[in-house]
Design a protein. Structure first.
Length: 159
């Protein structure tokens, strides 16, 4: 029963009920013309992006741990196979992967602490936006301490 009007709002004929129980179809209810993202908890805000990044880094760390367990298990099957796999890790591409892994772990750890504060501190939800920016600053400081040395290793791999 919804129809599109020229202004873009949908109208629906809503039955009105009288005191004696009879219904009539004379009135319409107009739907809101625009929806505001402020009415939702996460739509496009810092909380949503924090949630997305936390899930992405968590899945990446999970797959790293899975591969790490599998390649370490190779040592029991064949030391030669283990050495062959480990030698593939000594490439510039894997060095970039290690950089991405450390960046993911550090963000995931700091953001996890932020999530704990949001969940268990009574004022956590009020300060969740500020805490996210603190997480990003702490992440940048930690990575700034790690990145120069790792980039030297990367440059050394090319020579």
């Amino acid at each position: 029963m919804a129809e599109q009007t020229a202004g873009g709002a949908a109208t629906t004929a809503a039955p009105s009920v009288s005191i004696d129980g009879r219904t009539s179809r004379g009135s319409t209810i107009e739907a809101p013309r625009t929806r505001s993202p402020q009415g939702t908890l996460y739509r496009g805000s810092i909380g949503m992006w924090s949630w997305v990044l936390h899930r992405i880094t968590g899945v990446a760390i999970y797959f790293f741990l899975l591969v790490h367990i599998l390649d370490t298990a190779l040592v029991r099957l064949s030391p030669e196979a283990y050495n062959a796999v480990i030698s593939t890790y000594k490439t510039p591409i894997m060095n970039l992967g290690e950089i991405a892994l450390v960046m993911a772990i550090v963000f995931h750890a700091f953001n996890g602490l932020r999530i704990i504060l949001v969940d268990f501190w009574s004022k956590g939800p009020k300060y969740q936006r500020a805490m996210f920016w603190i997480v990003l600053v702490l992440w940048a400081v930690a990575i700034a301490g790690f990145l120069p040395r790792q980039l030297m290793n990367l440059v050394a791999d090319f020579h």
